[in-house]
Ligand binder design. Sequence first.
Ligand code: SAM
Ligand code: SF4
Length: 343
Amino acid sequence: MSSVIEKPQPATAQTPVLIDRFGRQVNYLRISVTDRCDLRCVYCMSEDMQFVPRSRLLTLEEIVQVGAAFVNLGVSKLRITGGEPLVRKNVMYVFDHLGGLPGLKDFTLTTNGTQLSRYARDLRAAGVNRINISLDSLQPERFKQITRTGELAKVLDGIEAARDAGFDRIKLNSVVLKYKNHDEVLDLVAFARQKGLDISFIEEMPLGIVNDHDRAYTYYSSDQILEDLRRHYTLTATTESTGGPSRYYRMSDSPTRIGFISPHSHNFCSSCNRVRLTAEGRLLLCLGQEHSVDLRRIVRDTTSSREALSQAIIAAMAIKPKGHDFNLAEQPVIFRHMNHTGG
Ligand code: SAM
Ligand code: SF4
């Protein structure tokens, strides 16, 4: 495969920065490398998902080209996500070419963990410094119900492989749904403490129609989880940030940090510093709105210059919306599922 990377320039006083019309600096890009997945989590997908035809996906080289353009524009944090990023064929090409770019300070991955036994070492060697692993239940039967197909043991093996690979930090991500897994928050925290991991609890977002459950009925707020945990642990709020939307709490007797991603109860839009690239090359300016720019068209236009890609990214900042309008009581206004969005 030939390399098409726009070589990032060393930062100078003139290094361009991406700033939107509300004064928010965008320094974080989430890149979805595929919308496909080996699981079918009930909050993320419907049972019969249509996936994007492969011809419409950005190639691995195009993904690297866009990622590098963002780093050149001052973006210091990249997260590779999906769908399940590790099911994309030859995905290590992306990690190998983006890891180590000058100016990139934080190179991270969100994964369901099923392929980590195979990839953890290579990811670390490619420069991935932190990793988020999704885990909603420690009960095999329940895990299968929530993921529709998943085998818990495979993910637990993946977590061990990640621990052995020596990432700076590993965080578990748990989407908590009332009546499905809300009674497991203490077990999940105990597991995180035992394994030396952080954990973030996520409120479900109304992205795409999922059929499985009524999202208003299964809503379980971060505040409720905090209350559940405080019956057992002393938790102290911190101002720590990992550059994303999590609000963190520290525990007095363990290095494990507990995070909350609370789009409903604690809206985080005012400090939003991120944009997303879908697997089709659409630059989404907000998780909960449709404002977007087609970067694939620019990357594939043989008459357009490298400068045109940078200019399109800079211009896109003008349409970054103020925030999402999530409302669990209504049918989703965003028909994109999370696997298309790049979580
Ligand atoms: N497949 C990988 C995984 O599951 O970690 C990466 C992609 S997944 C879309 C990224 C994150 O989004 C996961 O932590 C998942 O639990 C979360 N997620 C998916 N659908 C969601 C929804 N509707 N609301 C909130 N979080 C969601
Ligand atoms: Fe796949 Fe991740 Fe969506 Fe679950 S949350 S279906 S693992 S993309």
